[in-house]
Write a protein that binds this ligand. Sequence first.
Ligand SMILES: [Zn+2]
Length: 653
Amino acid sequence: MNQAAQLLTKLCKVCIAPPPDLTVSQWADKFRFLSSESAAESGKWTTLPFQREPLDAVSDSQVRRVVIRAATQMLKTVTIENSIGYFVTQDPGPILILQPRDADVKAFSKERIAAMIRDTPVLRGLFSDPKSRSSNNTIEKKLFPGGMLAITSAGSPGNLARRAIRFLFADEVDKYPPTAGSEGNPISLARKRLATFRHRKKEIMTCSPTLPGSEIDRAYEGSDRREYYVPCPICGHMQSLMLKFYTQVQWDSSLTSREEQAKSARYHCENPDCKAAWDDATRWEAIEKGEWRARAPFNGIAGFWISELYSPWKQLWEIVLDFLTKKDNAQDLQTFVNTSLAENWVEKGEAPEWEILLSRREEYQPGTVPRGGLFLTAGVDVQRDRVECEVVAWGRGRESWSVDYQILEGKTSESEVWKQLEVLRSQTFKTEQGAELPITRMIVDSGDQTQDVYNWVRTQPASQVQAIKGSDKGILPVGQPSPVDINVGGKKIKAGLKIKIINVSFFKSELYANLKSRRPTDEELSQGYTFPPRYCHFPAGKNYGDEHFKQLCAEQLIMRSNRRTGRTKQEWQQTRPRNEALDCRIYARAAAWDIGLDRMQERHFKAMEDQLKAETDKLEEIKEQLKPEPRSPRNSSGESGWLRGRGKNWLRR
Ligand SMILES: [Zn+2]
């Protein structure tokens, strides 16, 4: 290399500032000291295994927003504190910290920030002495070399609109007022101030969950949705502990005192072949060896979700005792669900409003698959005098589109109605782009008219049609297939009919939560906002009228306590005589689960999308070929291969 080139390289190294060498967790391990005000033990900071990735996401240049949806005392404040320390010393710029109210501003500034500056030597020298009363270090504003720390209440629009910032750390976002004065949502207001630092800006949003569709809920759903998976120390099975409190944490409720019951609690490994009961030491051992796993593709937003079950500071019995103490009061229970389990609180017994769903119907033709729908399932409810069936399209983020609802009249003891169902089963549905989609899986309830259902399902392709029975419980939303065909000697017939048990309670809760998710406004949609994940779309048209939506909202969840065991249990209760629309919808969803929708990753969706695209292209090609001879009959039999290109193993598990 000649001298000029060497010089150029040297210059470039100076001009393009190298990214800071440390990550946030490394910075904290090296420099951070905990203050006695905010930590059980003051002294040198040590990053715990589950804290490392969230902290380091903040210093990762690929990440523009970090979303922390967590139980209290786990991850929220420490991420903001350590990020402040990191950027002040490593990569300074103007920082805005949002707190819900003025009182929170004061508390956070004094107990968290001032204490951290006082006790962390590397920070102390960068801020002026607060006792000097200089305007450079006040509760709401602290200057440091190369930047400024502003701490502001989300309710003060004036403060939000002031000057450009590079870092926005929004703490406890669900507690913000929905609008800051007349100026709009406080977070969008604050975000506008990030605009000047286009590529170097960074955002952190934190909160414990509150209600479905809240600010933190939408932020997390829009992220890559990471959960912390831990290996069972007994069998090695990796599992997330999220949403597991009601199923995997078990205790002896026959014991007399709450304390005794709580002390008997163990977490049980979710692997059905293991089910090992973990004591606290086992649980902590598992957590030590855990890893974050994303459930959605990375799009610049890293989302972390974690509950108190991962806490190294709490024993399981403390969490269970907290639950037992709070469970009988709805408000207390909500606090527990939000701040300990880090789960959304779903109002008990509150079905979605059918009028709202009716008013949200969209302009697409029933019988067609709107853009976004990638595969179809069907749910069938069987009555004595008719069969009802809904066909649903599924896409990324479990977004769904109701495609068709059919009511086939006829006695189910006779063959006519079953012939009609077979026509529907073998039908294909046109996508918006022109390709044809078959029903990948159809689920038929065998709870009523059981033998008629069995008889028909036996004649259908086993990979496509599945008989089921609904149940209110079950470890798995869709159980393993079990044989119903038994010969005279009581032996199972090989290759005989098998049915699966569907946990309908699980799917009803999920559907009702999804039906309540917020529809973006027309204005938001025109600005390019997309529908939230799991949004349910309905067409305006035949069979999607008042009656359909009344049936869909026909059940409510009530709390019922078992006198013998003293445990309260949630139970679904029908509020209207008919609810077939709800049942069909639940079965269609169970079919999507059964196919593997919940485990599908971007590459699966992409593959399906590409295939649809290829089919559309093929269609165009054929149309083109047919053009010069307008009378040429449409070949409807031999050409169907490409229409149904997906063999039965089109998605391998
Ligand atoms: Zn295990």
